[in-house]
Structure formats: structure tokens, C-alpha cells
Design a protein around this ligand. Structure first.
Ligand code: ADP
Length: 629
């Protein structure tokens, strides 16, 4: 039994191929985690890194509380089951299962006890004297499972274990492995390219594409709330339908306009999280709807299509069609006008019929046409608020008059109207604005409030004390707001991280007669001793070239402190002050690099000496985008 933690794990193969990028997950004890994605997305590489069969390029891997990066596979207390079974052909089933234990010099009577127990669980007691070739594929896979089982590992790793089996056997083994997981009460990590296996077996699923994690979630959340078009299309069969559309809001109704001019309407309330700029009737959007969330009408209006094929499966009917009312010339090319509908208990549709598709408004998905990221995030990324300069250093915003923060005023250069992009996280309890709370919903472990304003909502994250119907008083974290004039950004948000580039060095020292290595981060003249583990990590990843490389050192702005000239520090010249009203920053330059530091309201110095602790510093490679430590 064990939990696992993968923190900023990367794999770059010797040929420079980045197979896994910044993989992060906390796996709880007894979870059944599935890695799923198309071939080549990095699933096996990640699994093999967990097993210790592949080195980790960067990042930390913990099993329980132990850092296992450099631990031998045999010491990790994990067992791996492969697609190819990897059984020894000349050994009997019993010998195959006992082999690993014999290697560990376990007493024969204990080996026997373990093999018999596993054989009973897997229902292969009658085959123990057989050789693998005398068994079916399913039985061999059970032996491979048995060989893992007898080791009583903390973690089971399974790499496409069922892909050599036929469909029927695969379905049966799926159930058996799920039952085995329940009875063993251990952590399972399972790799597959088959989304049905992933959905039916996993407690949580990691969807991967081209070395990047796309989404980590429960099966139902992946199905209902896919983060992007890739996840939406990967999960579910037949696949979700996608159409290039535009969205136009008129009052309480949003019209989906298809490229052929057909339209479908959904109530605004169902899509109120979509940012208003996508609802202008001009911005390209991808509309996604699952085949099982479309109903068909024989007449009326809506999305008209001609039925090209029907698959009657008994329990359900899959209807294939092409948008429009005529077939056109046959082509297998996907021209973006195909539609698939899954019907249950309906059998009155024929090939050649012209019918109308009616999407279930509760099940619609929309994605940005370029990024392909959902437009219906659980927590919308930002609200856009219109503001107007009101003279005397004040502005009209959300029906209130408030002071314009000096940093805004400087960026606005007198523009009379402007807009603010305000993330829900930047709305905090306060007294500048008041709006009624129309609704509160849970979003992950947070509470998202719909604040009624005009004909739409402003989204804010609120604490437990806020309830529906309240009049919510709030202020804005001005430094977390984007300011735009005529749609162009004039002031960007300030994140919490500061980055500086610098070098890396070492010093040999003799301490108590022993040779000891010390490592340093060098930013300009500032020499900061690295923690030994950080130093060794950089050295082990980049080898001796680390002393010639440039690194990016990143840390939380709040971890930077001022020091006196006697102490080690980074001398910086103050270029400018940025006053956001609620918070102030000084823009400083040091070693030819400029960055912002947080300062008190009475700050007026022209020069500062800055210092920080190496424990607060994260180090990134500048050659490839990779966190080293
Ligand atoms: P998956 O299991 O998702 O099919 P893999 O983890 O096996 O994917 O591979 C991820 C990527 O890394 C692929 O593009 C593959 O070609 C590449 N790759 C795998 N092993 C090596 C290797 N030893 N050297 C270089 N590239 C590799």
C-alpha cells in the first residue's frame, strides 16, 4: 500500500526527444490510476520511470515518503505487468510465479503459500504444472498478474496488459482486474490507449497527448467537463461531434450559427459562463455535442441533415449523416459536415431521410477555435468589466465611483473608456462594489458566486459565509487586473513569481579532512549558496556543462528581502514605482535585468540590496523549457 507523488517529471531521451513534460500528480493509496492517450504520448515512458526502468531527466518521484529517483527498480516495492506477458517458456506456471521470489531467496514453503494464494485468486490453480504455450492468452495474462501478485508489492504497474486479448476476453479481464484491485487494496497504475478500459477501470484518468498531460480527472468529470477538444473527442464512443460555428446572444437566447447558415438556439442561462466576446456572432467557436445528446425531429427547424447510414445494434441505433439535405459527391474526407446521433428506443429513421438535430442544451460544449480549450471552465478565467473615467482621478465601474489606481492612470494615458479583465480570484471581500449573489456553485473545492450585473454575471470566488441572495461587498486586487483600451492591453497583471537569469558554480572545500562540494547560484555579483540537493541535481542533469550554462532562477516575489551593504546581496537600482493603490511595487534593475519587487507605501530609496534563500528558488533550464529543481 502506498501513495505516489510525481512532481515536475520530465523525460528527454538521448536523441533530444521530449517524451514527457512537467508531469505532476498526487496518487492516493489504493487509487486505480489510468494513463490513457494515443500511441507515442508518453504513457509507457512515465510508467517505466515509476518502475525505475527509465531514468528521470528532471523532477522528483516519491513512493510513500521516499524519494525514489535513484532507487533501483528491485528496491521500489512495485510490480509490473506487461502486454507481452514476458513469461519464461521453459518454466511451468508455478515456476514462473515462484521465480522472482526464489531469486530473493525466500523460503520454499512461503513461496508455495504465496503462489497457491495468488493462483486461487486468479483461478489458475489447475494449470500450475503447465507450460505457458499450453495456455490461452487470457490464462497467460493471469499468470503474468500472478507473478506480480506473489510479490505483494506496494504498487502495481500494468502496461497495456489486455491488448493482446480478443475483445470478449478483454472485457472479462477488465472486470477481473477491477475486482482484483478492490480485493488487494493496493495502488494500481494502468496504461492503455483504449478509452473504454480507462473509463471502466480508473478511479482517476490521466489523459495525455504528445508528452503533455491534458486533464486528470474522474471518468465522469472527463466525460461531462472535458478541458479541451482533444479530451472531449478522446473520451466517449462514438466520438463527440464538432462543428465550426459562431454564437450570437440576443437577450435570454444564444443562437448557434453553423457554417451553412443553419441555426440552433440554447437558453443563455445554460452557457452563461462563456465570455461575452464569444457571443458577438463573429468569433469562430467550436461546438461539441455527443451523439447521445442529440434528439431527432422529422420536421421543423434546426440543424438539418441527410441520413447516410444507420447501424442498428439492438439496444441503440447509430445514425450517420451529412449536414444539409442532399448527399453531394461521395468522399471519405472529413469536410466538417458529418454528424453522428445515438438513439435509444427509436426505429423510424431510414437512410436518405432528411431530419433535424436538436442538441440537449444541458449537454453542449464550446471550445476556443484556436486554443481548443473549453469556453465553459468550472471557474471562468476572467470577467470583463467596462469602466469610464469620471474626472478627479476617479472611475465609474460596476455602478460605483472609485479611485483610479495610479498605475492604471499612467497606462490609460487619459483614455476616457476602458475595460478591465478581472479574474474571479482577484475579487475579494471589500467595500468598493456591491452586487447581489444570484447563485453559488461548487467548483472543485472552491465556491463560485454568480454576481448579477446588467444582463449577465460577474464570477467571483467566495468564502463559506457568502450565501445566495446576499448583497456581496467586494474590492479588486488591482495588480491582478488587465487593463485594455479599445481591446488592446495597456497594463498586464503582475504574477507572484520573479525570474532572473544567472550562472551556476561550484567550489571544492576540505572539511574535517574530507572533500566537500559547495554549489552556488550566481546572479551578477550575488553569490547564493545552493542547497546541496539542488546543486547535485543540476550537476547530475546537465553534467559538467552546468558550469557554462545559463539558468533561470524563479522565486515568489514575497521571498525577496532587503539587506544591508555588509551582507551578501544583489545590488539593484530603482527605476520606477508602480502604485496599484492596494499594493506598491518598485521596478528595479540588477545585472542588466529588470523586475518588480514589493515595497511599502513609504518606500523612496534609489538603490536597494536584495537577498533571498536558496530554498525558495526554483531552477529552470534555459535550453529547453524544463524545471530542474
Ligand atoms: P506511449 O506509451 O504513449 O505509446 P512512449 O512512452 O512509449 O509512448 O513514447 C513516447 C515518445 O517517446 C514516442 O514519441 C517515442 O517514439 C519516444 N521514445 C520512446 N522510447 C524512446 C527512446 N528510447 N529513445 C528515443 N525516443 C523514445
Amino acid at each position: 500500500m502506498a501513495n505516489l507523488k510525481l512532481s515536475h517529471i520530465y523525460k528527454v531521451y538521448d536523441n533530444g526527444h521530449k517524451a514527457v513534460n512537467d508531469f505532476n500528480i498526487d496518487i492516493a493509496d489504493r487509487e486505480f490510476i489510468v494513463f490513457v492517450g494515443p500511441s507515442g504520448c508518453g504513457k509507457s515512458t512515465t510508467l517505466r520511470m515509476i518502475a525505475g526502468l527509465e531514468t528521470i531527466t528532471a523532477g522528483d518521484m516519491f513512493i510513500g515518503d521516499t524519494l525514489v529517483n535513484d532507487m533501483e527498480p528491485k528496491d521500489r516495492d512495485i510490480a509490473m505487468v506487461f502486454q507481452s506477458y514476458a513469461l519464461y517458456p521453459h518454466m511451468t506456471v508455478y515456476e514462473n510465479m515462484a521465480f522472482g521470489l526464489r531469486n530473493r531467496k525466500m523460503p520454499e514453503d512461503e513461496i508455495k503459500q504465496r503462489v497457491m494464494k495468488a493462483a486461487k485468486m486468479l483461478d489458475i490453480e489447475d494449470y500450475l504444472e503447465r507450460k505457458p504455450k499450453e495456455m490461452s492468452g487470457g490464462q497467460r495474462q493471469r499468470v503474468a498478474l500472478g507473478r506480480a501478485l506473489v510479490r505483494d508489492p506496494k504498487v502495481f504497474l500494468l502496461d497495456e496488459p489486455l491488448s493482446n486479448l480478443d475483445a470478449k476476453l478483454r472485457a472479462a479481464m477488465r472486470t477481473e482486474i477491477t475486482a482484483l484491485h478492490k480485493s488487494l487494496k493496493t495502488t494500481f497504475i494502468y496504461v492503455t490507449h483504449d478509452q473504454v478500459e480507462a473509463m471502466t477501470m480508473g478511479t482517476r484518468i490521466v489523459v495525455m497527448k504528445l508528452g503533455y498531460v491534458q486533464q486528470i480527472d474522474t471518468p465522469m468529470n472527463l466525460y461531462n467537463e472535458p478541458y479541451n477538444k482533444f479530451v472531449a473527442g478522446f473520451i466517449g464512443t462514438p466520438q463527440m461531434n464538432f462543428f465550426d460555428v459562431k454564437l450570437q446572444r440576443e437577450g435570454d437566447v444564444v443562437t448557434i450559427i453553423f457554417s451553412n447558415g443553419d441555426t440552433v438556439h440554447v437558453p443563455y442561462e445554460k452557457v452563461s459562463k462563456i465570455h461575452s466576446h464569444y457571443l458577438d456572432g463573429k468569433t469562430p467557436v467550436i461546438f461539441g455535442i455527443r451523439p447521445e445528446h442529440i434528439s431527432l425531429k422529422k420536421d421543423g427547424d434546426g440543424l438539418k441533415f441527410i441520413v447516410t447510414n444507420i447501424e442498428r445494434l439492438g439496444n441503440e441505433t447509430i445514425v450517420y449523416g451529412k449536414l444539409g439535405d442532399h448527399l453531394g459527391e461521395f468522399t471519405m474526407k472529413d469536410e466538417g459536415n458529418n454528424i453522428i446521433v445515438k438513439l435509444v428506443d427509436r426505429d423510424d429513421i431510414e437512410v436518405g431521410d432528411v431530419v433535424y438535430a436538436e442538441p440537449n442544451p444541458n449537454k453542449v460544449h464550446f471550445f476556443d477555435a484556436e486554443t481548443e480549450i473549453t469556453l465553459m471552465n468550472k471557474i471562468p478565467p476572467f470577467n470583463t468589466l467596462e469602466a469610464r473615467a469620471a474626472g478627479d482621478g476617479r472611475m465609474e465601474l460596476l455602478d460605483s465611483s472609485v479611485g483610479v489606481p495610479p498605475a492604471f492612470a499612467e497606462a490609460l494615458k487619459g483614455a476616457p473608456v476602458f475595460s478591465l479583465n478581472v479574474p474571479p480570484q482577484a475579487i475579494v471581500p471589500g467595500d468598493d462594489f456591491h452586487l447581489p449573489v444570484a447563485r453559488i456553485e461548487k467548483a472543485d473545492d472552491k465556491r463560485l458566486a454568480y454576481l448579477k450585473y446588467g444582463d449577465g454575471y460577474i464570477f467571483a470566488l467566495v468564502g463559506d459565509e457568502v450565501a445566495e441572495g446576499d448583497d456581496y461587498g467586494f474590492s479588486l486586487l488591482n495588480e491582478k487586473v488587465n487593463v485594455l483600451v479599445e481591446g488592446a492591453e495597456v497594463l498586464t497583471t503582475i504574477d507572484d513569481e520573479v525570474s532572473m537569469t544567472g550562472r551556476f558554480s561550484k567550489k571544492d572545500a576540505k572539511e574535517n579532512g574530507e572533500r566537500v562540494l559547495h554549489f552556488f547560484y550566481n546572479i551578477g555579483d550575488y553569490t547564493l549558496e545552493a542547497l546541496p540537493e539542488q546543486g547535485y541535481k543540476i550537476n547530475s542533469i546537465d553534467g559538467d556543462s552546468c558550469y557554462k550554462n545559463t539558468y533561470r532562477y524563479a522565486l515568489d516575489r514575497n521571498c525577496i528581502r532587503f539587506v544591508d551593504s555588509g551582507e551578501a546581496g544583489l545590488d539593484a537600482k530603482v527605476l520606477k514605482l508602480h502604485d496599484y493603490g492596494n499594493i506598491r511595487f518598485a521596478e528595479v534593475e540588477a545585472d542588466g535585468q529588470s523586475f518588480l519587487i514589493r515595497v511599502d507605501p513609504d518606500f523612496a530609496a534609489e538603490k536597494v540590496r536584495l537577498a533571498f534563500d536558496s530554498k525558495d528558488v526554483s531552477v529552470y533550464s534555459t535550453k529547453i523549457d524544463m524545471k530542474i529543481c
